[in-house]
Design a protein around this ligand. Sequence first.
Ligand SMILES: Nc1nc2c(c(=O)[nH]1)N[C@H]1C(S)=C(S)[C@@H](COP(=O)(O)OP(=O)(O)OC[C@H]3O[C@@H](n4cnc5c(=O)[nH]c(N)nc54)[C@H](O)[C@@H]3O)O[C@H]1N2
Ligand SMILES: Nc1nc2c(c(=O)[nH]1)N[C@H]1C(S)=C(S)[C@@H](COP(=O)(O)OP(=O)(O)OC[C@H]3O[C@@H](n4cnc5c(=O)[nH]c(N)nc54)[C@H](O)[C@@H]3O)O[C@H]1N2
Ligand code: SF4
Ligand SMILES: [Mo]
Length: 707
Amino acid sequence: MASVLKTTHHGGCPHDCPDTCSMVYEVENGQLTSVKGNKEHPMTRGGLCVKLKDYEKRHYHPDRLLYPMRRSGPKGSGQFERISWDEALDEITTRWKAIIDEYGPHAIIPYSYLGNQGLVHGLNGGDAFFNKMGATVCERTFCGEGSCTAWLLTVGPTAGVDPESFIHSKYIVIWGCNSVSTNVHHWHIVKDAQKNGAKVVVIDPYKSKTAKEADWHIAPKPGTDGALAMAMMHVIIKEGLQDQDYIDNYTVGFDALAERAKTRTPEWAATITGISADDIRQFAREFATTQPAAIRLGVAVERNYGGGQAIRAITCLPALTGAWRHVGGGALQFPVWEHPYKFDVICRPDLIPEGTPVVNAIQIGRALTGELKLDTPIKSMMCWNANPVTQAAETNKIVEGLMREDLFLVAAEHFLSDTASFADIVLPASMGAEMEDMVLSWGHLYLTYNEKCVDSPGEAIPNNEIFRRLAARMGYQEENFSWSDSECLENYVDWDSPACEGIDLAYLREHGFAKLKVGTKDDRAPHREGNFPTPSGKCELEIKGATNFVAGPFRQMYDGFQPGEALDSLPDYVSSREIPEANPQLAEKYPLNIISPKSHGFLNSCYANMENKIKGQGEQFVMISPIDADLRNIQSGDVVSVFNDRGMFKALAQITDDVSPGIVVATLGYWRQLNNGTVNCVSSAEFVDMGHAPTFTDNLVQVALSA
Ligand SMILES: Nc1nc2c(c(=O)[nH]1)N[C@H]1C(S)=C(S)[C@@H](COP(=O)(O)OP(=O)(O)OC[C@H]3O[C@@H](n4cnc5c(=O)[nH]c(N)nc54)[C@H](O)[C@@H]3O)O[C@H]1N2
Ligand SMILES: Nc1nc2c(c(=O)[nH]1)N[C@H]1C(S)=C(S)[C@@H](COP(=O)(O)OP(=O)(O)OC[C@H]3O[C@@H](n4cnc5c(=O)[nH]c(N)nc54)[C@H](O)[C@@H]3O)O[C@H]1N2
Ligand code: SF4
Ligand SMILES: [Mo]
């Protein structure tokens, strides 16, 4: 009998998740047989989440796309015929050349996101390719760009507190983050700190899995965090709990901020947030006087019209109390700011011709239907690493746009996703263990390596190879279009930066991961003595002449494309658009504020097509309070419609005290093909106040028993 050759290899989870786990691939006779968490990695600690623990099954799933295909039935019918790679690439480039001849390159738009967050197969390739083409730029601000803008304005591009340093914290505030589901490899550090005596406060409008494990769950109404943070400042300053020495030496604008905070009393905030004034006072006192105090900012805080201003207010808090003096004190947003990637080399923004128009991905439905007036209408879109039909706002418009007979849609995918099912040409893409890469993390301070250890099934190829082949056919000569994946890695990281001292690609290939040299969990306190990477070198509580801009760490920086509107020089509470107080007329028709956070069992829309994952996560549900259910005669388990003027989806009613009256919660990711509508059928494509971030928490709906 032939002996079975079993080998193990270093992996890095490529998904859009802050944890970027270091993984161990086991391969037998050329097949991936198991995927485990790396025990050596201090954050992964040998465990993967429920989505990835059987990752090998996703690699060999029977629905995996294996061959290039051409649409053979009506748009969206899901009918395709197999074609060769040559036929597929010839057809794509012939169509694109004809579109460019007739309408110019602005008629073509790329659409991608972080479905793969590898430097080579996630961040690379596509941007450089479409920039060279002169295609319309797709601005990608789904995830944290409002938060990033607010963070950069206040403290600059710092990683802030090392997530591992939370072990030293004595007061931990998890603000708008459902760590148990979305950041589980940080959560176990928080739990360890809790065991060491830290108090864990979770701020979330509903009792999330994380809120259930908190020492104190504070539940503001959605989109009112700015009022809570401003009232905390009021209490801290009024009661003299601030660290005046820190403020005097390491901040600017304190007097102006203190003046504004005078009127932002706990009583004022209580009427806005629904939290009692006493609780606000207690929270402010505890936060100021228990050190080290650390805030973990979730992405969800930005998702309403005042989101950017709220994050500015929250980011000021640790400077007022001097929390930054301590290891394990301060705030954590995206540590990616201290990762040494060369985004200019990866994305080549220098290739974008002057005058190129920009369309924001969140508004792709408006662009495809002509609602957004463009000088050159979009005639072709290529989608990879993203699934806008389930994930972007105003789904009905996206579907209407994708149904256009004159729109040529190309999709590179693992599965026939809700978006790929509308494509004219579908290209099969490689998955995790089938390609070499390094995976970016926006949740820790490690570099992570992923080895190619199995061949792709069928004729699937990695994203970067797709763009190499397309570039060759389009005649693009820049040397980056012919770099191998390894050469890309050599060129994409600033290996000479101090953060990479002692680390190179050979080291990563051998060890799988390496912590950046930016301090250790036991000594890192980057702002003990100020040293904020802002224009003043201080924490900017007040910014004179501040303007809005679009900041994203993962993609090209678009600043300069968008004329920035003037911003308030100080942080403050800014009301959501769709709440009864701001729009009583709309609230009469649609009285419920919907929140659509991440599903525990899916990764955005990934895994929501796999039977075992749907079983674990449950069918699409909507959480509703007993009072609101009674008013509508709804029983638990009833099929209900959730709707507004933008659209409708169906869900099973889950009646629970975990949500307050006036709020409903339906988690994200369920496939439209397998369900009746999705949460994004009701969400709006308007932006928040900063960074063109989405307003997924700023939507009013009605819920009714389904006919
Ligand atoms: N299991 C799982 N993990 C994931 C993902 C996934 O789909 N599934 N997606 C990944 C991605 S792309 C991202 S961006 C991260 C996001 O991870 P998180 O930052 O945790 O984001 P969400 O799950 O959207 O929302 C977190 C919590 O914020 C609350 N929230 C909503 N609006 C507000 C508000 O106005 N104020 C406050 N204080 N809280 C509010 C929600 O109720 C929710 O419980 O997760 C990543 N990890
Ligand atoms: N209502 C609501 N909507 C939201 C959010 C919310 O909280 N609420 N969250 C927003 C956030 S934070 C985010 S990040 C976005 C995410 O939005 P998207 O990035 O569009 O969502 P995903 O479902 O992750 O889609 C990734 C797709 O890429 C494919 N893919 C994965 N790896 C590869 C690869 O290597 N090659 C190719 N070609 N394809 C690959 C996957 O199969 C999947 O279909 O959604 C946003 N939408
Ligand atoms: S999805 Fe996140 S938690 Fe799960 S394995 Fe990947 S990086 Fe780790
Ligand atoms: Mo995200």
